[in-house]
Design a protein around this ligand. Structure first.
Ligand code: TXA
Ligand code: MG
Length: 317
């Protein structure tokens, strides 16, 4: 069991000593270490069993702090930063030399964000250091949206869990950068494309759908529960697997056979609520007696796009 609480001073002490602390954010919980301490960053990769080619996001408390570690000169990215930070937006920015290359897996750009969570902002302000933090789950598994999720899987590996309650967005941040002169989105997430395009106009999607680690973060099989997950038409899937115990995750009220273990992402079909519940339900479905999990695709708009992206990566294909 990891020590758990909402004591920012305690969390700061652990981080200054090179420890690992789980931090709450509005998107998902992060597994944080001092980004300027290579040993500490190394221990993040070890704890998660994460390959070194997959770089980390650094978290800071203000735009001034961003400027210490990266160049935020592009006007379009600056406008996004002004509009959406603190919030579920990560920017890929040219890095400064003080960021160790283990953080960026040797890449020229560093991923930066200002998370929107009171406790974590307090912690970042107190430390005045960047915190490298991937989602606090074993590599490839579903991201945690509650302190208990972190405890269950990484409790024995972290020094402290800063418990800030359930995450309010429930999906990881949207990753944006500029490449070949265009604003590109590299990962769909808690900030929708529509919101981004309102500020910077048409963007380009550069979402990697292969298992090629050249464009990290987008490995094909990711965010997956341990039980096989099938995504598609619920009736067809239930029929195809009728000899198995099935957990079903659906969107909006449905008539379903009573032998199914059911989770409704949002009875009123609200995409924000669905995003909030997705990872929790994937975990809860994993903990049932079901042999497989089936889930339907959501409308491909707003946060629905990011939810569908996660489902696709989590499913057996
Ligand atoms: O909402 C979030 O972004 C959460 C919270 C904790 O902030 N963090 C998160 O981190 O989702 P992680 O490590 O699970 O996912 C970050 C993704 C990775 O897939 C990584 O490949 C990509 O961001 N990434 C990080 N640095 C990058 C870089 N320099 N260039 C390209 N991709 C990068
Ligand atoms: Mg992750």
């Amino acid at each position: 069991m990891a020590e758990t609480g909402n004591n920012v001073d305690r969390a700061a002490d652990m981080l200054l000593k090179g420890g690992l602390v789980a931090i709450p954010t509005e998107t998902v919980y992060g597994l944080a270490a001092n980004a300027l301490d290579e040993e500490a960053v190394l221990s993040i990769f070890e704890a998660k069993q994460r390959p070194f080619f997959d770089p980390l996001i650094i978290h800071v408390h203000s735009r001034e702090a961003v400027g210490k570690y990266a160049n935020l000169h592009d006007n379009r990215l600056l406008n996004l930063a002004k509009t959406f930070w603190p919030g579920p937006l990560t920017l890929l920015l040219p890095k400064k030399d003080n960021i160790p290359s283990i953080v960026t897996s040797g890449l020229e750009r560093v991923a930066v964000r200002i998370p929107n969570h009171e406790l974590t902002l307090k912690l970042l302000e107190k430390l005045d250091l960047p915190l490298a933090a991937p989602s606090a789950n074993p590599f490839g598994y579903v991201s945690p949206t509650r302190a208990q999720h972190v405890e269950k899987q990484l409790g024995h590996k972290v020094n402290y869990i800063l418990d800030g309650g359930p995450s309010k967005v429930g999906l990881e941040s949207t990753i944006v950068g500029v490449e070949d002169g265009s604003v590109c989105v590299y990962r769909l997430g808690g900030l929708s494309l529509e919101e981004i395009e309102k500020i910077v106009g048409k963007i380009e999607l550069r979402i990697n759908n292969s298992s090629d680690p050249k464009a990290p973060g987008q490995l094909k099989n990711h965010y997956a529960p341990r039980k096989p997950l099938f995504v598609g038409d619920l009736k067809g899937l239930a029929e195809r697997h009728k000899n198995k115990k099935i957990a079903v995750i659906h969107f909006g009220k449905k008539e379903l056979p009573s032998n199914l273990i059911a989770f409704d992402l949002s009875p009123n079909k609200d995409l924000h609520e669905a995003a909030l519940n997705l990872f929790r339900f994937l975990r809860e479905a994993d903990d049932t007696l079901a042999e497989i999990v089936i889930c339907e695709s959501l409308p491909d708009e707003g946060l629905g796009r990011a939810i569908n992206d996660r489902l696709k990566r989590a499913s057996v294909q």
